[in-house]
Design a protein around this ligand. Structure first.
Ligand SMILES: *Cc1c(COP(=O)(O)O)cnc(C)c1O
Length: 710
């Protein structure tokens, strides 16, 4: 929260800095870039930190700087225009259909690196959805947890093992404020925590028009252990995990009530949020409903999105923990223990653990997976909940994920599109017709734009290597493993994602000798950049990470394999925009959707991927490459490392490298640029969050309002 007196003429910088709107609007970023460029960069593009650290003399200077004032006035005018709901899709098309906002619950949100309260794709999706809700004027209140230490920063030890470093968030320098309460309410809310009360503070994050409320247990009235509870994301400790989910679900409902917000639809993003549904059942019963009626009311107004394609991925809690925290709760619901526990078990299963996804499947009527395949996989996986239905009739549909275009597409690139089509891509991103016109961009300009982005990426990598070297915390070998020898002219493949076994991060090394030949080709060299974190408790994945690190040091690879430390959304921007090819090789049915490939694809970085998640829908034969077969409805193929790796090598050797290195007289690879254009024009309209949030609105939210029983 910025707390600083600013000169009158530019006093609204405070409001801008405290709203993440700035992060996805070039007009906003331009202002802060101009205030103090070195601080803008060292702050990681965090306007609050930048302003905080900028001396008053500089601020006073700006008041007399007419070019700065022009930037400021433009940003303020654009901001004010955007804060008004009037001209938006939702208002034009569905205005008046929602009496209250959509309450959107998620355990993580990735808005910006100044707020590290996410671990991966789930958070990125949630963050992008909130930004898009703001853009299209969909009323929404979002609920999450404040993790003052967030997720860890990754570093390599001298031996190439992952080390985890936690940093305390500096609240004074972050875009977050204590929640303003209605008269007579707050500043804390209270929930029952087993046998004791727990107090929760609430923080407010402004994301354009949308308010995000983050619950925090670190308040004086709680015991030291409880104060630590929300410190970090995804503890490996079961009980802590359960406690966090109680805070999110039950505390979240209480927070909205205390704020006087009356949602008309409740959306749980993944099973971590399911206690929200339980708390609402309890409320209905408290108001006088019968158990059956209360269930019916909650179900009809609840949307649930499942993200896990494998049963092992769902959150489960043993009975003894459920007893400890919910003993008082089921009596308030007017039900007995066994009826209560059954809500989290599949029918017929006795004494199994309490499953948060099953709870949501039973308490939400509007349920979706996150890609077409994932919808199918989910229907199969959860058929046990509806044993009387045919598998195809299991009531789980899908809304394929999308990514927020103004966040992830480089602004120079979308401005290039605007310049040649005469229409704003950001405004018309889900119009396939506009995207057709992308063909009219001159090849050399699109290629030039990509080259600039690639240089930027390499610059950022070199800068990190240099800092590490200069600070004396890394040796020469480490510098090489981290990319010191990369060459910005070579074809560069990115393998960038959370390190988990199912994503097969070492598939590329299946045949090391063959890969050495490919990488070391004298005329058509190839580089591979890796990045990604292992969960601190996932030891098999840490070994995979170590293996990749060791490969990067193998001299036969000539320094052409690099591992960039500390993957987060900041470096993700440079990576998805700056490599030449985006590689993905997960086990086909274990990737729910994936979104990083969408980010790359809309920046003209073609995907090279197996038919998993979104790529099975996205691949059209011209916008990238498919490793192996497309999935067919009837026979879902088995993954075979040998076959997949062989096909991957073949594609690189015979299709990708030749296309990339075939240049015209101006050194432009025309065939490649054609593929870049295909990638942009097919991926922008179909895989933007604009498409996804419109689909959520019409397919999930509006039906949840209309069938409400009184
Ligand atoms: C987009 C993104 C993800 C999700 O990527 P997938 O591997 O495609 O699921 C994860 N982490 C970060 C930092 C991202 O930006």
């Amino acid at each position: 929260m910025l707390n600083k007196v600013l000169p009158e003429r530019i006093s609204r910088l405070e409001e801008l800095a405290n709203n993440l709107w700035v992060s996805w609007h070039p007009q906003g970023r331009a202002v802060f870039r101009a205030i103090n460029y070195p601080l803008w960069r060292t702050s990681g593009h965090n306007p609050v930190r930048e302003l905080y650290d900028t001396p008053s003399e500089r601020l006073n200077e700006l008041v007399n700087d007419s070019s700065f004032l022009t930037l400021y006035d433009i940003a303020i005018a654009t901001f004010d225009r955007d804060m008004i709901n009037g001209h938006c899709w939702f208002v034009n098309k569905h205005g008046g259909k929602l009496a209250g906002p959509v309450a959107y619950f998620s355990a993580e949100f990735a808005f910006h690196n100044s707020l590290p309260i996410y671990a991966g794709g789930l958070g990125v999706l949630a963050g992008d959805i909130v930004k898009e809700a703001s853009d299209i004027g969909l009323p929404m209140s979002a609920i999450g947890l404040m993790y003052p230490q967030g997720y860890f920063h990754q570093r390599f030890s001298a031996e190439g093992w992952q080390e985890e470093i936690y940093e305390q968030l500096d609240f004074d320098r972050s875009p977050i404020t204590p929640c303003p309460w209605p008269q007579g309410c707050g500043p804390l809310i209270q929930i029952q925590f087993g046998d004791r009360p727990l107090y929760l503070g609430v923080w407010l994050v402004k994301v354009g028009r949308i308010n995000v409320y983050l619950l925090d247990t670190n308040v004086e009235m709680n015991s030291p252990a409880d104060r630590q509870l929300s410190a970090r994301l995804y503890s490996a400790d079961r009980e802590q995990r359960l406690q966090q989910e109680i805070v999110l679900g039950i505390g979240g409902v209480r927070a909205l009530r205390t704020l006087g917000i009356e949602p008309s639809v409740w959306h749980g993003n993944e099973g971590h949020t399911s206690f929200m549904m339980l708390e609402r059942v309890r409320e209905e019963i408290e108001k006088g409903s019968s158990y059956v009626k209360a269930l019916e009311h909650v179900r009809s107004t609840t949307v649930f999105t499942t993200h896990t394609p494998v049963p092992a991925g769902t959150d489960v809690f043993p009975d003894n923990l459920m007893d400890k925290y919910f003993r008082g709760f089921w009596s308030q619901m007017g039900i007995d223990r066994s009826t209560f526990l059954k809500l989290g078990q599949h029918n017929g299963a006795q004494d199994s653990d309490f499953n948060m996804t099953i709870l949501a499947l039973k308490l939400a009527r509007h349920i979706n997976g996150v890609s077409k395949i994932h919808g199918k996989v989910s229907r199969k996986m959860w058929h046990i909940i509806w044993p009387d239905l045919f598998e195809d009739d299991v009531p789980i549909t899908y809304v394929t994920n999308g990514v927020h275009l103004p966040t992830w597409m480089d602004s120079e690139m979308y401005r290039l599109v605007d310049k040649h089509t005469g229409i704003s891509l950001v405004e018309n991103q889900d119009s396939p017709k506009l995207c057709e016109q992308i063909a009219s961009i001159p090849d050399e300009q699109l290629w030039g734009c990509h080259q600039d982005l690639k240089r930027k990426l390499f610059h950022v990598i070199q800068e990190r290597v240099q800092q590490r070297w200069a600070s004396g915390t890394g040796d020469a070998e480490q510098a090489i493993a981290m990319g010191a020898l990369l060459d910005s002219d070579a074809l560069t493949i990115g393998f960038v994602r959370r390190f988990v076994e199912y994503k097969r991060p070492t598939l590329l090394f299946h045949d090391i000798e063959r890969l050495k030949k490919i990488v070391g080709d004298k005329w058509r060299p190839i580089q591979i950049i890796f990045a990604g974190k292992s969960h601190p408790a996932d030891f098999p994945s840490k070994h995979l990470l170590h293996k990749v690190y060791s490969m990067a040091l193998d001299r036969d690879f000539q320094g052409r394999i690099a591992f960039v430390e500390d993957y987060d959304i900041h470096i993700a921007h440079y990576l998805v925009q700056g490599v030449d090819v985006w590689l993905n090789t997960p086990h086909r049915l274990e990737e729910a959707s994936g979104t990083s490939g969408m980010k790359a694809g809309m920046n003209g970085v073609p995907n090279l991927s197996v038919a998993a998640g979104w790529w099975d829908e996205g691949y059209n034969g011209q916008n990238g490459w498919l490793i192996g077969e497309r999935l067919s409805e009837s026979s879902l193929p088995k993954d075979d490392d040998e076959r997949d790796a062989t096909e991957l090598y073949r594609l690189i050797e015979q299709e990708i490298a030749p296309l990339y290195y075939q240049r015209d007289n101006n050194d432009v690879p025309q065939g490649w640029v054609k593929m870049m254009k295909e990638s942009i024009k097919s991926i922008v309209p179909a895989f933007s969050t604009k498409r996804a949030v419109k689909e959520y609105t019409e397919k999930m939210y509006l039906p949840a309002v209309q069938v409400t029983v009184k």
